[in-house]
Design a protein around this ligand. Sequence first.
Ligand code: NI
Length: 159
Amino acid sequence: MAIRNLRLEGDEILYKKSREVEEIDDRIQVLIDDMIETMHKYNGVGLAAVQVGILKRVIVIDLYDDNGPIVLINPKILKEKGEQEVEEGCLSFPNRFAKIIRPEEVTVEYLDRKGKKIKTKAKDLLAQAICHEVDHLEGEVFVDKIIPGTLEYVEPEEK
Ligand code: NI
């Protein structure tokens, strides 16, 4: 496993659309492991492959709960329900946070890393994370859809 370089604000790749994964081969498995390691290194709750420079529809999410990291390949949001106003950040926009409206619940269909098709409902923070990462696959970044005037820069803590 390896930490991959994060693509940051200003990098054109963040605005490109990712392609479907056609075969979950060894390269995809390595990519997934590296993405999980990279997400953990930067204490992120989610990461899309485009953020490490790979235009494939692969997402990893970790809410640091009992579920451990979740891998979503070729995710599709089938249904959205309700609204939540939430605070959001992104590893590609370090130390920046803003308020945004996300659905409260989504129904999502995806393949897990073994290629098994899964359809599930996600709520609250998980719904928010899925929407944020699926946006990345479409070449959309959160700062373009925030509630105007809510973007803040938070000084990083000294390590
Ligand atoms: Ni992000």
